[in-house]
Ligand binder design. Structure first.
Ligand code: SF4
Length: 170
């Protein structure tokens, strides 16, 4: 918990998706049992395919930017479960007394595409939300920096548009 992640394998996610879509094609039944939610943007394409209506645009990356409070065993409060243990990023305490640090909390809750440099002008903003806060911290030591995976996102969308073309456009 709270350890920095190694992202060296991150560039391979599109390769894995490419392979997975080949298996989806080959073994028709399996796609109903495998979620593509781990691939940025994919769940929105799946939503449109499944529901035949547009998805709701997002303005932030995840629940840590809205309402998540995670309580650890030491009495500290965090906005994200994956950052537990890195006390400098806690947003308050619940023991010995409840206390929230509004400045630190604001960095998580105000993190929207409207506040992140370059995101507002980005074509992918409404399905990306500015990227993961934790990853921005790990890479830039700054929760108010975007974590941009635009090229990966572009490739994911191309793969999925290609795969779901008939369902999306017929
Ligand atoms: S792809 Fe990059 S620039 Fe675009 S919204 Fe996401 S983080 Fe911001």
């Amino acid at each position: 918990m709270g350890q920095e992640r190694n992202y060296s394998g991150f560039a391979n996610i599109n390769h894995i998706l490419e392979k997975l879509l080949i298996y989806f094609e080959k073994y028709k039944g399996i796609k109903d049992n495998i979620s593509l939610a781990a691939w940025p943007g994919a769940k929105y394409i799946q939503y449109v395919v499944d529901n035949k209506k547009p998805y709701i645009p997002i303005f932030s990356h995840c629940d840590s930017n809205f309402h998540t409070y995670v309580l650890d065993l030491c009495g500290d409060i965090y906005a994200c479960p994956d950052i537990i243990g890195r006390k400098e990023y806690s947003v308050g305490t619940f023991l010995p007394e409840l206390s929230l640090e509004s400045e630190k909390l604001r960095k998580w809750r105000n993190r929207t595409i409207f506040n992140l440099k370059s995101c507002l002008e980005c074509n992918y903003a409404a399905i990306c939300g500015g990227g993961c806060t934790l990853e921005a911290i790990n890479k830039f030591n700054n929760p108010l920096h975007n974590f941009c995976i635009k090229s990966e996102l572009k490739k994911i969308l191309e793969l999925l548009f290609d795969y779901y073309y008939d369902e999306l456009f017929q």
